[in-house]
Design a protein around this ligand. Structure first.
Ligand code: SF4
Ligand code: SF4
Length: 275
Protein backbone atom coordinates (compact mmCIF):
# COMPACT_ATOMS: atom_id res chain seq x y z
CA UNK A 1 0.00 0.00 0.00
CA UNK A 2 1.04 3.61 -0.58
CA UNK A 3 -0.50 6.98 0.15
CA UNK A 4 -1.35 9.00 -2.95
CA UNK A 5 -3.05 12.36 -3.12
CA UNK A 6 -4.19 12.38 -6.74
CA UNK A 7 -4.27 10.54 -10.04
CA UNK A 8 -4.70 12.83 -13.04
CA UNK A 9 -5.54 11.58 -16.52
CA UNK A 10 -4.86 13.38 -19.82
CA UNK A 11 -1.76 15.24 -18.71
CA UNK A 12 0.39 16.82 -21.42
CA UNK A 13 3.04 18.33 -19.15
CA UNK A 14 4.64 15.36 -17.40
CA UNK A 15 6.60 13.74 -20.21
CA UNK A 16 5.89 12.77 -23.83
CA UNK A 17 2.37 12.20 -25.21
CA UNK A 18 -0.83 11.87 -23.22
CA UNK A 19 -0.09 10.65 -19.71
CA UNK A 20 -1.66 9.59 -16.46
CA UNK A 21 0.17 11.19 -13.55
CA UNK A 22 0.15 9.47 -10.18
CA UNK A 23 0.92 11.80 -7.26
CA UNK A 24 2.52 10.24 -4.19
CA UNK A 25 1.97 11.96 -0.86
CA UNK A 26 5.01 12.91 1.21
CA UNK A 27 8.15 14.86 0.36
CA UNK A 28 11.52 15.34 2.04
CA UNK A 29 11.90 18.87 0.67
CA UNK A 30 9.66 21.81 1.45
CA UNK A 31 10.25 24.26 -1.37
CA UNK A 32 9.07 27.77 -0.59
CA UNK A 33 7.37 27.97 -4.02
CA UNK A 34 5.70 24.53 -3.90
CA UNK A 35 2.34 24.71 -5.68
CA UNK A 36 1.18 21.43 -4.12
CA UNK A 37 1.80 22.03 -0.40
CA UNK A 38 -0.64 19.23 0.43
CA UNK A 39 1.91 16.85 -1.09
CA UNK A 40 4.51 17.54 1.60
CA UNK A 41 3.06 15.64 4.54
CA UNK A 42 3.17 11.87 4.11
CA UNK A 43 -0.11 11.51 5.99
CA UNK A 44 -3.72 12.13 4.94
CA UNK A 45 -5.07 15.54 5.93
CA UNK A 46 -8.28 17.53 5.75
CA UNK A 47 -8.18 20.58 3.48
CA UNK A 48 -10.69 23.29 4.34
CA UNK A 49 -11.54 25.98 1.76
CA UNK A 50 -13.27 28.68 3.79
CA UNK A 51 -14.37 30.56 0.64
CA UNK A 52 -16.50 27.56 -0.37
CA UNK A 53 -18.09 26.98 3.04
CA UNK A 54 -21.79 27.97 3.30
CA UNK A 55 -21.92 27.35 7.05
CA UNK A 56 -24.54 24.60 6.82
CA UNK A 57 -23.05 22.68 9.77
CA UNK A 58 -23.38 19.27 8.07
CA UNK A 59 -19.72 18.42 8.73
CA UNK A 60 -20.20 18.95 12.45
CA UNK A 61 -23.38 16.88 12.55
CA UNK A 62 -21.90 13.97 10.59
CA UNK A 63 -18.46 13.85 12.22
CA UNK A 64 -18.30 10.76 14.47
CA UNK A 65 -15.40 12.13 16.55
CA UNK A 66 -15.95 15.91 16.77
CA UNK A 67 -14.23 18.28 14.36
CA UNK A 68 -11.65 19.29 16.96
CA UNK A 69 -10.62 15.66 17.52
CA UNK A 70 -10.36 14.76 13.84
CA UNK A 71 -9.30 11.19 13.10
CA UNK A 72 -9.15 11.69 9.32
CA UNK A 73 -11.99 9.30 8.56
CA UNK A 74 -13.18 11.54 5.70
CA UNK A 75 -16.89 11.39 6.59
CA UNK A 76 -17.27 15.18 6.63
CA UNK A 77 -15.83 15.50 3.14
CA UNK A 78 -18.34 12.96 1.82
CA UNK A 79 -21.29 15.00 3.13
CA UNK A 80 -20.00 18.56 2.57
CA UNK A 81 -22.29 19.96 -0.18
CA UNK A 82 -19.76 22.43 -1.57
CA UNK A 83 -16.47 20.51 -1.36
CA UNK A 84 -15.25 23.00 1.22
CA UNK A 85 -13.88 20.07 3.25
CA UNK A 86 -11.79 17.58 1.33
CA UNK A 87 -9.80 14.59 2.50
CA UNK A 88 -6.39 14.68 0.86
CA UNK A 89 -4.47 11.40 0.75
CA UNK A 90 -5.70 7.84 0.47
CA UNK A 91 -4.11 4.41 0.61
CA UNK A 92 -3.99 2.48 -2.66
CA UNK A 93 -2.88 -1.00 -3.64
CA UNK A 94 -0.81 -1.60 -6.76
CA UNK A 95 -3.85 -3.25 -8.36
CA UNK A 96 -6.02 -0.18 -7.69
CA UNK A 97 -3.49 2.17 -9.26
CA UNK A 98 -2.96 -0.12 -12.25
CA UNK A 99 -6.71 -0.23 -12.83
CA UNK A 100 -6.70 3.58 -13.20
CA UNK A 101 -3.59 3.58 -15.38
CA UNK A 102 -4.91 0.93 -17.76
CA UNK A 103 -8.11 2.91 -18.46
CA UNK A 104 -6.20 5.20 -20.83
CA UNK A 105 -4.01 2.65 -22.51
CA UNK A 106 -5.36 3.47 -25.99
CA UNK A 107 -4.44 7.16 -25.51
CA UNK A 108 -0.88 6.22 -24.53
CA UNK A 109 -0.55 4.01 -27.59
CA UNK A 110 -1.94 6.66 -29.94
CA UNK A 111 0.12 9.56 -28.57
CA UNK A 112 3.39 7.96 -27.45
CA UNK A 113 2.40 8.68 -23.87
CA UNK A 114 2.33 6.61 -20.69
CA UNK A 115 2.38 7.06 -16.96
CA UNK A 116 4.35 9.47 -14.79
CA UNK A 117 4.96 8.90 -11.09
CA UNK A 118 5.26 12.20 -9.29
CA UNK A 119 4.54 13.76 -5.92
CA UNK A 120 5.51 14.82 -3.39
CA UNK A 121 8.53 12.59 -3.78
CA UNK A 122 7.43 9.28 -5.27
CA UNK A 123 10.78 7.66 -4.49
CA UNK A 124 10.18 7.88 -0.74
CA UNK A 125 7.70 4.99 -1.16
CA UNK A 126 10.27 3.04 -3.18
CA UNK A 127 8.91 -0.49 -2.65
CA UNK A 128 5.49 0.48 -3.96
CA UNK A 129 6.97 2.54 -6.78
CA UNK A 130 9.16 -0.35 -7.89
CA UNK A 131 6.17 -2.70 -7.97
CA UNK A 132 4.10 -0.23 -9.97
CA UNK A 133 6.89 0.34 -12.48
CA UNK A 134 7.30 -3.41 -12.96
CA UNK A 135 3.55 -3.78 -13.49
CA UNK A 136 3.59 -1.00 -16.11
CA UNK A 137 6.46 -2.63 -17.97
CA UNK A 138 4.64 -5.98 -17.90
CA UNK A 139 1.78 -4.18 -19.62
CA UNK A 140 4.06 -2.44 -22.15
CA UNK A 141 3.40 1.07 -20.80
CA UNK A 142 6.02 3.86 -21.04
CA UNK A 143 7.09 5.01 -17.56
CA UNK A 144 8.49 8.28 -16.22
CA UNK A 145 9.62 9.10 -12.69
CA UNK A 146 9.47 12.74 -11.58
CA UNK A 147 11.87 13.30 -8.69
CA UNK A 148 13.69 15.95 -6.69
CA UNK A 149 16.49 13.40 -6.29
CA UNK A 150 17.10 13.68 -2.52
CA UNK A 151 17.16 9.91 -1.89
CA UNK A 152 19.88 7.23 -1.71
CA UNK A 153 21.27 6.41 -5.19
CA UNK A 154 20.42 2.72 -4.57
CA UNK A 155 16.79 3.72 -5.07
CA UNK A 156 17.62 4.84 -8.62
CA UNK A 157 19.47 1.58 -9.22
CA UNK A 158 16.40 -0.38 -8.15
CA UNK A 159 14.05 1.32 -10.60
CA UNK A 160 16.40 1.96 -13.53
CA UNK A 161 15.43 -1.27 -15.33
CA UNK A 162 11.74 -0.30 -15.36
CA UNK A 163 11.95 3.48 -15.89
CA UNK A 164 11.98 4.87 -19.44
CA UNK A 165 12.46 8.51 -18.51
CA UNK A 166 13.47 10.58 -15.47
CA UNK A 167 12.11 14.08 -14.89
CA UNK A 168 14.64 15.61 -12.50
CA UNK A 169 14.30 18.93 -10.67
CA UNK A 170 17.28 21.25 -10.32
CA UNK A 171 16.76 24.37 -8.24
CA UNK A 172 20.08 26.11 -7.71
CA UNK A 173 23.77 25.35 -7.49
CA UNK A 174 24.51 27.04 -4.16
CA UNK A 175 23.82 24.56 -1.37
CA UNK A 176 23.27 27.17 1.35
CA UNK A 177 20.62 28.94 -0.73
CA UNK A 178 19.15 25.57 -1.68
CA UNK A 179 18.77 24.72 2.01
CA UNK A 180 17.33 28.15 2.76
CA UNK A 181 14.50 27.68 0.25
CA UNK A 182 13.93 23.90 0.23
CA UNK A 183 15.06 22.79 3.73
CA UNK A 184 17.89 20.56 2.40
CA UNK A 185 21.29 21.13 0.82
CA UNK A 186 21.82 20.03 -2.79
CA UNK A 187 24.90 17.78 -2.48
CA UNK A 188 23.09 14.46 -2.68
CA UNK A 189 20.74 15.73 -5.39
CA UNK A 190 23.58 16.81 -7.66
CA UNK A 191 25.65 13.69 -6.92
CA UNK A 192 22.71 11.47 -7.88
CA UNK A 193 22.14 13.51 -11.03
CA UNK A 194 25.79 13.09 -12.06
CA UNK A 195 25.43 9.32 -11.74
CA UNK A 196 22.07 9.22 -13.48
CA UNK A 197 23.46 11.17 -16.45
CA UNK A 198 26.04 8.41 -16.92
CA UNK A 199 23.33 5.75 -17.41
CA UNK A 200 21.53 5.01 -20.67
CA UNK A 201 18.23 6.42 -19.33
CA UNK A 202 17.02 9.75 -20.76
CA UNK A 203 16.76 12.60 -18.25
CA UNK A 204 14.66 15.73 -18.66
CA UNK A 205 15.81 18.39 -16.21
CA UNK A 206 13.18 20.79 -14.95
CA UNK A 207 14.23 24.10 -13.40
CA UNK A 208 11.59 26.14 -11.58
CA UNK A 209 12.38 29.81 -12.24
CA UNK A 210 11.83 31.69 -9.00
CA UNK A 211 12.50 35.44 -8.88
CA UNK A 212 15.04 36.44 -6.19
CA UNK A 213 16.08 32.77 -5.80
CA UNK A 214 17.50 31.56 -9.13
CA UNK A 215 16.28 33.79 -11.97
CA UNK A 216 19.69 35.22 -12.84
CA UNK A 217 21.98 34.70 -15.83
CA UNK A 218 24.73 33.77 -13.36
CA UNK A 219 22.66 30.98 -11.80
CA UNK A 220 21.56 29.48 -15.13
CA UNK A 221 25.11 29.71 -16.49
CA UNK A 222 26.33 27.72 -13.47
CA UNK A 223 23.66 25.08 -14.08
CA UNK A 224 24.67 24.90 -17.75
CA UNK A 225 28.34 24.49 -16.70
CA UNK A 226 27.30 21.54 -14.51
CA UNK A 227 25.85 19.77 -17.54
CA UNK A 228 28.84 20.62 -19.71
CA UNK A 229 31.01 18.88 -17.11
CA UNK A 230 28.87 15.90 -16.11
CA UNK A 231 26.73 15.10 -19.14
CA UNK A 232 23.87 16.65 -21.04
CA UNK A 233 20.25 15.76 -20.26
CA UNK A 234 17.98 15.00 -23.21
CA UNK A 235 15.95 18.10 -22.45
CA UNK A 236 16.01 21.11 -20.11
CA UNK A 237 12.75 22.86 -19.28
CA UNK A 238 12.41 26.15 -17.41
CA UNK A 239 9.19 26.25 -15.39
CA UNK A 240 8.18 29.81 -14.47
CA UNK A 241 6.89 30.30 -10.92
CA UNK A 242 3.14 30.77 -10.57
CA UNK A 243 1.05 31.40 -7.48
CA UNK A 244 -1.75 28.97 -8.36
CA UNK A 245 -1.20 26.85 -5.25
CA UNK A 246 -1.53 29.80 -2.87
CA UNK A 247 -5.11 29.01 -1.78
CA UNK A 248 -4.05 25.48 -0.83
CA UNK A 249 -1.71 26.78 1.88
CA UNK A 250 -4.62 28.40 3.68
CA UNK A 251 -6.64 25.18 3.25
CA UNK A 252 -4.03 23.23 5.24
CA UNK A 253 -3.45 26.02 7.74
CA UNK A 254 -0.09 27.19 6.39
CA UNK A 255 1.10 30.56 5.19
CA UNK A 256 2.21 30.77 1.56
CA UNK A 257 5.54 32.32 0.62
CA UNK A 258 4.56 34.45 -2.35
CA UNK A 259 7.03 35.40 -5.07
CA UNK A 260 6.51 37.65 -8.09
CA UNK A 261 6.09 35.72 -11.36
CA UNK A 262 9.09 36.08 -13.71
CA UNK A 263 8.58 38.28 -16.77
CA UNK A 264 8.72 36.85 -20.27
CA UNK A 265 11.74 38.90 -21.33
CA UNK A 266 13.87 37.55 -18.50
CA UNK A 267 12.59 34.00 -19.13
CA UNK A 268 13.61 34.19 -22.78
CA UNK A 269 17.04 35.44 -21.79
CA UNK A 270 17.41 32.50 -19.40
CA UNK A 271 16.11 30.01 -21.98
CA UNK A 272 18.73 31.28 -24.46
CA UNK A 273 21.45 30.11 -22.06
CA UNK A 274 20.41 26.51 -22.67
CA UNK A 275 19.55 26.74 -26.37
S1 SF4 B 1 -12.32 13.57 8.75
FE1 SF4 B 1 -13.74 12.39 10.06
S2 SF4 B 1 -13.01 12.81 12.14
FE2 SF4 B 1 -12.09 14.37 10.83
S3 SF4 B 1 -13.48 16.12 10.93
FE3 SF4 B 1 -14.06 14.89 9.14
S4 SF4 B 1 -15.65 13.50 9.89
FE4 SF4 B 1 -14.62 14.32 11.70
S1 SF4 C 1 -20.41 20.76 5.48
FE1 SF4 C 1 -19.04 21.98 4.16
S2 SF4 C 1 -20.21 23.79 3.65
FE2 SF4 C 1 -21.25 22.85 5.41
S3 SF4 C 1 -20.31 23.87 7.19
FE3 SF4 C 1 -19.13 22.02 6.82
S4 SF4 C 1 -17.44 22.73 5.51
FE4 SF4 C 1 -19.00 24.31 5.44
Amino acid sequence: MAILFDIIRNSYVDGPGIRTTVFFKGCNLSCAWCHNPESQSGKPQIMFYSNKCIGCGTCKKKCPHGLEACELCGTCSLYCPTDARQLCGKEYTVEEVMKEILKDRSFYDASGGGVTFSGGECMLQIDFLEELLKACKQNGIHTAVDTAGHVPYEYFERILPYTDLFLYDVKCMDSTRHRQYTSVGNERILENLKQLLQTDRPVWVRIPVIPTVNDSVKEMTEIRAFFETYGKPEKIELLPYHAMGEHKYAAIGKKAHVFIAPDEENLNQLRDIFS
